[in-house]
Design a protein around this ligand. Structure first.
Ligand SMILES: C[S@@+](CC[C@H](N)C(=O)[O-])C[C@H]1O[C@@H](n2cnc3c(N)ncnc32)[C@H](O)[C@@H]1O
Length: 288
């Protein structure tokens, strides 16, 4: 695991309080990578579609249905939560560190007449309390990078699942071999610019899940299918006044916007990977 000392919980919260505006301007209501098929071109029109494709593909892997109670950890502006409630008919509780995002998500959900099936909390995933066995799906897309004690989170979240429930996560991973020259520094730069206290490998996550009693169902590498996200973001920054706006409002947002190349470079060199893991809590009969 690669960790940096400079990132604090407050810096993550304030990044998302103000940064939500920049994410919305640059990328839309989903604050996560797009997922393209190998033969699809990454153009402007496909970007939103690719973000939806990532949500839908993860939902298929996790077999989310209308019967499910889902908790979306690090729900952002509610992109996934609202889409899952609308298209899968499930009940979703979203949790975000940012009160701005909570309001944004609740408002978007009301506009889409989904307030009855969604609710949003401004809370810390590392402290929030839910009953044991209270969810069918723990969903978390690109949030665990921001957590300080990742194994403890996985363990607590596994307890929130009922037997037969699934944990579905999308993660920015540390690459498998960061001993190679320059890789560690590339990961550290991404951590600093994107306010991640640490990055862990795919194998770390798999081990934590198994240790928490889960069985791995899917473990997929999507690095090559998501990396073009940052090419599109870079083009959008060049063509818009977003960077100037960031300079006026907050220096840290400029660091974030200028960090797109760092992330892209880390994917290209193998210093980082992107992927999804779905794991299942065994049913009581299986566990016996
Ligand atoms: C990259 S965004 C992903 C947002 C959302 N999952 C999506 O796909 O649109 C990271 C999210 O994690 C949330 N987050 C970071 N640390 C958190 C924490 N300790 N507790 C709850 N949410 C957290 C941020 O507020 C933000 O909503």
């Amino acid at each position: 695991m690669i960790a940096v000392d400079s990132v604090k919980k407050d810096s993550i919260r304030s990044h998302y309080q103000l940064g939500t505006l920049f994410y919305r301007l640059l990328w839309g209501p989903h604050i996560h990578h797009g997922l393209w098929s190998d033969n699809e071109t990454a153009n402007e029109t496909s970007a939103y579609q690719a973000q939806c494709q990532l949500t839908d593909t993860l939902a298929d892997l996790a077999e989310v249905t209308s019967a499910d109670r889902v908790v979306d950890i690090g729900c952002g502006m509610g992109g996934s939560a609202i889409r899952l409630a609308r298209l899968r008919g499930c009940d979703v509780t979203g949790v975000t560190l940012s009160s701005v995002q909570r309001h944004w998500a609740a408002f978007s959900s009301r506009i889409k007449r989904l307030a009855g099936r969604t609710r949003f909390l401004a809370d810390d995933a590392e402290g929030v309390v839910f009953q044991r066995n209270s969810f069918d799906v723990v969903w978390s897309v690109e949030c665990t990078e921001h957590l300080f004690d990742k194994p403890q989170f996985i363990d607590r979240a596994a307890r929130w699942l009922r037997p037969g429930g699934r944990m579905a996560i999308c993660v920015w991973f540390e690459g498998e071999d960061t001993s190679r020259s320059g890789h560690r520094r590339q990961c550290e730069e991404v951590c600093e610019r994107f306010v991640c206290p640490s990055l862990a490998t795919r194998a770390d996550y798999v081990n934590w899940m198994i240790h928490s009693g889960l069985q791995i169902r899917h473990n997929v590498d999507w690095t090559d299918r998501v990396a073009r996200t940052w090419e599109i973001c870079k083009r959008r920054v060049r063509r818009s006044g977003v960077r100037h706006l960031a300079r006026v409002l907050d220096r840290e947002q400029v660091d974030f916007i200028d960090g797109f190349d760092a992330l892209l470079g880390a994917y290209q060199s193998g210093a980082m990977q992107y992927g999804a893991i779905v794991a299942e809590k065994p049913s009581v009969a299986d566990a016996a």
